[in-house]
Design a protein around this ligand. Structure first.
Ligand code: GLN
Length: 476
């Protein structure tokens, strides 16, 4: 019952299979595999079984059921679920239990999904390998010598290892697509504003989005469908109707113009990743797509601009973790000032401290114009580059990452090389456009390779349709 698609699971449930049995099978898989993989920080066995039995009872009574009725879902540990810990992978929140549900969780409950547990992540979602979690090591289920990617590494590893068919992640600069690419699953970052962030711990508020992770495009579409849409409790959430992602998902997309970003295809791109990407592109062209070369001349400024904007916003967002109302409080302090400094010094890990310092520095008087303001200008240029490209093409296709998964420890001593692994993903966050990564092959070591599709803002239905089309062609 594990390792199949959500669609097949829904069919089995409609045909008499119980959600309790489905959830039991996944809990068994977690017990058997997670000691080695380390995807989960919390597994709520009793809660999950209770939810499953409630749904089975509703089904037996003929009551109307939600779109994900009985399907197990895992949740990244920066999204609040009532009664479960929200650690954000940090010592500073290691004991924090959420008193409320995030909007996405409320919507999952309305869809009758079963929340199984919370997944590991880089501390406060700052990282690209999940190695910066202060609480646990997560390995890539494909090969345990390699990182799962990050920051949503726990969620992608859980899906890859068939411990859940669906998981939620969050993306500020690539934290869903990059680990999806490394683990060989589908991961998607919605348009900025498409999904409510109420109950998501803020990292870079002008960039953050919650998004779906699944084994296939269909599963990811179903999960996004369940959680998307306006929410009065998030003032950045869009008023647009959430689109219907399912009805036309498998329809022939008609004539397509695919844009290839020339700047992504140069130095730094691994040969095997390039070859797998080219094969996917060739399949699309053989099926009738027209390829257009697009230029994104500001690509080289994307990483610096992203790491300035993200850290600036993080330095403000993380100010709330001061040991006063919640989060770790130092027992060593003799006065208020020491309580703040000791609590934060003891609670935050080195990467988070680095980001707070960098963000504070680039916002400070005398440096603001040179760093933060220039980063915002680059951001506008990148938005314009997307607009120029989308005037001509329907979709942009690129490798998701320049390489496949790297080994543990390979980049932890060199923050810049870690930052550079986000080179192809950050631009979609800076511009607020939706983007999806899907598996398109593996390298000679057997490590998965992902390709990224990007479409204009609020065109998720088209993005998923094109991804479904690509998935079929690559699978053939
Ligand atoms: N790796 C990027 C960072 O560390 C992206 C993280 C994310 O998307 N949350 O900021």
């Amino acid at each position: 019952m594990t390792g199949t698609t959500v669609k097949d699971m829904l069919t089995a449930l409609a045909g008499g299979e119980t959600s309790e049995a489905l959830v039991q099978a996944h809990l068994k898989q977690i017990r058997e595999r997670d000691e080695a993989v380390g995807a989960f920080l919390t597994v709520d066995e009793d809660g999950a079984l209770q939810q499953a039995r409630d749904i089975d009872r509703k089904r037996a009574a003929g009551e109307p059921l939600g779109s994900l009725a009985g399907i197990p879902v895992a949740v990244k540990d920066n999204i609040n679920v009532t009664g479960l810990k929200t650690t954000c992978g940090s010592k500073i929140l290691a004991d924090f239990v959420s008193p409320y549900d995030a909007t996405v969780i409320q919507r999952l409950r309305e869809a009758d999904a079963v929340i199984v547990g919370k997944t590991n992540m880089d501390e406060f979602a700052m990282g690209s390998s999940t190695e910066y979690s202060a609480l646990k090591k997560t390995v890539n289920p494909v090969n345990p010598d390699y990182v799962p990617g990050g920051s949503s590494g726990g969620s992608t590893a859980a899906v890859r290892a068939d411990m859940v068919p669906l998981a939620l992640g969050s993306s500020t600069g690539g934290s869903i697509r990059q680990p999806a690419s490394f683990c060989g699953v589908v991961g998607m970052k919605p348009t900025y504003g498409r999904v409510s962030r109420y109950g998501l711990t803020a990292y870079g508020s002008s960039l953050d989005q919650i998004g779906p992770i699944a084994r296939d495009v269909d599963g990811a579409a179903r999960l996004l469908q369940a959680v998307a849409g306006h929410d009065d409790r998030d003032t950045t959430s869009a008023y647009d109707e959430a689109p219907d992602l399912i009805t036309d998902l498998e329809k022939d997309p008609g004539p397509i113009k695919v844009g290839v970003i020339d700047e992504f295809m140069g130095d730094g791109l691994d040969d095997e990743v390039r070859a797998a990407f080219q094969t996917a592109l060739d399949r699309l062209t053989a099926a009738g797509a027209e390829v257009v070369h697009c230029s994104f001349p500001h690509t080289e400024y994307a990483i610096p601009a992203y790491y300035l904007v993200a850290t600036a916003e993080a330095s403000a967002n993380l100010a709330r973790f001061d040991g006063v109302r919640y989060s770790h409080r130092s027992t060593e302090a003799r006065n208020l000032k020491e309580m703040y400094t000791h609590s934060r010094s003891e609670g935050f890990g080195p990467e988070v401290k680095r980001r707070i310092l960098l963000g504070t520095y680039c916002l400070s008087s005398g440096y603001y114009e040179g760093f933060y303001l220039n980063a915002q200008k680059v951001r506008t240029k990148i938005i314009n580059d997307f607009q120029t490209a989308f005037a001509e093409v329907d979709v942009l296709l690129s490798p998701t990452c320049p390489t496949t998964a790297f080994k543990f420890g390979e980049k932890t001593d060199d923050p810049v090389s870690m930052y550079l692994s986000d080179i192809y993903t950050v631009m979609a966050n800076l511009a607020g456009v939706p983007a999806l990564s899907l598996p398109v092959g593996a390298d000679s070591k057997g490590l998965p390779i992902g390709a990224q599709l990007i479409t204009p803002r609020f065109t998720e239905a088209r993005l998923f349709q094109l991804a479904c089309h690509t998935e079929k062609l690559v699978g053939e």
